[in-house]
Design a protein around this ligand. Structure first.
Ligand code: ADP
Ligand code: F6P
Length: 320
C-alpha cells in the first residue's frame, strides 16, 4: 500500500514544473498520503537531501517558473552503484513511490530505479517537447510563446533595415520550438534537425525571397546545435542582398511564469500521476495523447512513435 511518495524535478528546468509539484502534493495530501520533496533531481536522492512537503508549502508556486525543488544533471546516475544509493535513501525514509518530473534522460533514470524495484511514475517536463509518450511536454508552450515574442520584435527591426534575422532557438535534437515559432511568426525559413541544414540551399532560398518575392526582410528560425548562427549571418550578408544578423535566444526560453496551457497541463498531469500510483501502475509515464492526459507503461512510452509533423512543415513552407 502506498502511504508516502517523493517527488523530484530533473534535467533542464521548464516553466510549469512548479505547477506539477503543487499538483502532486495537493493531490496526494488530499488522499491522505505524505509527500517528500527531493532537492536537485537525482542528486538529492543520492545525498539524502529531502524534506516533507505539506499542502501549504506549495502555496503560490503555480505562477512561478523554475522549480522550487531545484534540478540537476547527474551523469553518474547511469551507474548501478549510484542508483543503489538512491534506493537506500528511499528505503531509509520508507518512501513507497516516486514521481519524476523531467525529460527523456530523467525518464531513463526513473526506469533504472523501477528495475531496482522502486515504484515510479514520470511526468514530462522539458521545453524541448521531445518525449515520446506525449504529444506535449510541460514547459513547451511557455518557451514557444517566449520565442514568438522575441521573434516578433526582431521582425520589426529587420523590416526597417532590409535585414535577415537568424534566430536560434532551443530544443536539443527536436525542432518543435523552431517549427511552431516559425509558423506563429510567419517566418520565411525554418531549419530544424528534421529538415537538416544545407548552406547552399539556404542561400538560394533567401536570394529568391528578395529577387522573386520582393520581401523587405527575412526571418530564419533555426534549432540549436545545427550550425554557427553568427557565421551563417555573415554568409547571408556576403551572398544575398539581405544584411544578416544573428540572435541566440538561449536560456531566456527556460524561464518565466508558465502560460495557462502549461499550468493546466501540469496540474492535470500531477493528479493523473498520483492516481496511476494508487491504481497499482507502478512503472508508468503520464502523457498527453489525443486530447487527454493519460498514463501508460513507462517502457511503452520509450517505444511510442513520435508524430513527425510533416504536414505542419509543409504548411509552413507553403505559406511563405
Ligand atoms: P532531461 O531529463 O532533461 O532529458 P538529462 O538527459 O540531462 O535531462 O537527464 C537528466 C538526468 O537523468 C541525468 O543527469 C542523469 O542523472 C539521469 N539519466 C539520464 N540518462 C540516464 C540513464 N541512461 N540511466 C540512468 N539515469 C539517467
Ligand atoms: O533540455 C532543455 C534544454 O534547454 C535544451 O533545449 C538545451 O539543449 C539544454 O537543455 C541546455 O542544457 P544546459 O542547461 O545543461 O546547458
Amino acid at each position: 500500500m502506498i502511504k508516502k511518495i517523493a517527488v523530484l524535478t530533473s534535467g533542464g528546468d521548464a516553466p510549469g514544473m512548479n505547477a506539477a509539484i503543487r499538483s502532486v502534493v495537493r493531490s496526494s495530501t488530499a488522499r491522505g498520503l505524505k509527500v517528500y520533496g527531493v532537492q536537485n533531481g537525482y542528486l538529492g536522492l543520492i545525498h539524502d537531501d529531502l524534506f516533507e512537503l505539506t499542502a501549504s508549502d506549495v502555496s503560490g508556486i503555480i505562477i512561478r517558473g523554475g522549480t522550487m525543488l531545484g534540478s540537476a544533471r547527474v551523469p553518474g546516475f547511469k551507474g548501478l552503484a549510484v542508483q543503489q544509493l538512491a534506493l537506500e535513501t528511499l528505503q531509509k525514509h520508507e518512501i513507497d513511490a516516486i514521481v519524476v518530473i523531467g525529460g527523456d534522460g530523467s525518464y531513463r533514470g526513473a526506469l533504472a530505479l523501477s528495475k531496482l524495484g522502486v515504484k515510479v511514475v514520470t511526468i514530462p517536463g522539458t521545453i524541448d517537447n521531445d518525449i515520446p509518450g506525449t504529444e506535449q511536454t510541460i514547459g513547451f508552450d511557455t518557451a514557444l510563446n517566449t520565442a514568438i515574442e522575441a521573434i516578433d520584435r526582431l521582425r520589426d527591426t529587420s523590416s526597417s533595415h532590409h535585414r535577415c534575422s537568424v534566430v536560434e532557438v532551443m530544443g536539443n535534437r527536436c525542432g518543435d520550438i523552431a517549427l511552431f515559432a516559425g509558423i506563429a511568426t510567419g517566418a520565411e525559413l525554418v531549419i530544424t534537425p528534421e529538415t537538416g541544414f544545407n548552406l547552399k540551399d539556404t542561400m538560394k532560398h533567401l536570394s529568391q525571397l528578395d529577387t522573386v518575392s520582393g520581401k523587405k526582410h527575412a526571418i530564419v528560425v533555426i534549432s540549436e546545435k545545427l550550425t554557427d548562427v553568427d557565421d551563417l549571418a555573415v554568409q547571408i550578408s556576403a551572398q544575398t542582398s539581405f544584411s544578416g544578423r544573428s540572435t541566440v535566444l538561449g536560456y531566456i526560453q527556460r524561464g518565466g511564469s508558465p502560460t495557462a496551457m502549461d499550468r493546466i497541463l501540469a496540474t492535470e498531469m500531477g493528479d493523473v500521476a498520483v492516481s496511476a500510483l494508487l491504481a497499482g501502475q507502478h512503472a508508468s509515464a503520464v502523457g498527453y495523447l489525443d486530447g487527454h492526459v493519460t498514463s501508460m507503461k513507462l517502457e511503452d512510452a520509450f517505444e511510442y512513435k513520435r508524430n513527425e509533423k510533416e504536414e505542419i512543415f509543409a504548411l509552413q513552407r507553403r505559406l511563405v
